[in-house]
Ligand binder design. Structure first.
Ligand code: ADP
Ligand code: MG
Length: 213
């Protein structure tokens, strides 16, 4: 893809582009210009680029655009290894999704389970979660379902797949529909590629930032 790319070249809706501009996000970073069109075209995707390269909007913008076309059920599940990252990702969805009243819910440890259950029952579009607490909800609440999600995002995929979260991830994956788009983002890709191949039958679009950028 050519170097100088604008958000308008990426098939994003104008209102999303305006919303980005309002927070100083005016032109896409390389991971965004490479991954956004692939995600909008329905591909599974692995994106690897160092911390601070804009990986969150690389998945959040196309998910929000697709959500507008089909706002039904919990639309996307974003897993991330820490509470702090979960709140940061939630914030970015909130800012860009504001004009469409995007409803999101952050599910992390250290917060009252019952209160979280109420949030989940209000039909959020996006759930951003750490694996442990989400697995707790799946095991304790029969009414809570992820069976209609269209997107699974693993943020910091290498950290999620390093072994520490295996049991919770297994519980979560067993609750997901087979037909979905898988988006794995990471600073590094060691465990990521193999794992994505295990969970998808689709063609995978792989973008790995050059190591000197
Ligand atoms: P990563 O997940 O790759 O570590 P983040 O997605 O958290 O990075 O983005 C880091 C910061 O860069 C955030 O504050 C975000 O708002 C900002 N950002 C993302 N994309 C752009 C862009 N295209 N232009 C300017 N700033 C951006
Ligand atoms: Mg990140």
């Amino acid at each position: 893809m050519a170097d100088k790319v604008n958000f308008t070249d990426l098939q994003l809706n104008n209102w999303i582009i305006r919303q980005c501009a309002s927070i100083g996000v005016k032109s896409p970073t390389p991971i965004q210009s490479n991954c956004i069109p692939e995600i909008l075209n329905g591909k599974d995707c692995i994106g690897a680029a160092k911390t601070g390269s804009g990986k969150t909007l690389a998945f959040a913008l196309p998910i929000i655009q697709k959500l507008c076309e089909d706002p039904y059920g919990i639309f996307a599940l974003v897993l991330t290894p820490t509470r702090e990252l979960a709140y940061q990702i939630g914030d970015q969805f909130a800012v860009v999704g504001k004009p469409m009243n995007l409803k999101y819910c952050v599910i992390v440890g250290g917060v009252d389970m019952v209160e979280q259950g109420i949030q989940l029952s209000k039909h959020p579009h996006i759930v951003v979660a750490t694996p442990g607490r989400l697995a707790d909800h799946l095991e304790s609440c029969k009414n809570f379902t992820l069976s209609r999600i269209k997107f699974l995002v693993l943020d910091e995929a290498d950290r999620l797949l390093s072994g520490h979260f295996d049991e919770q991830i297994k519980t979560i994956f067993s609750n997901l529909p087979k037909l979905r788009q898988n988006l794995f983002f990471s600073a590094t890709i060691t465990d990521t590629l193999q794992k994505l191949k295990e969970v998808t039958s689709k063609e995978v679009s792989l973008y790995e930032a050059p190591s000197d950028t």
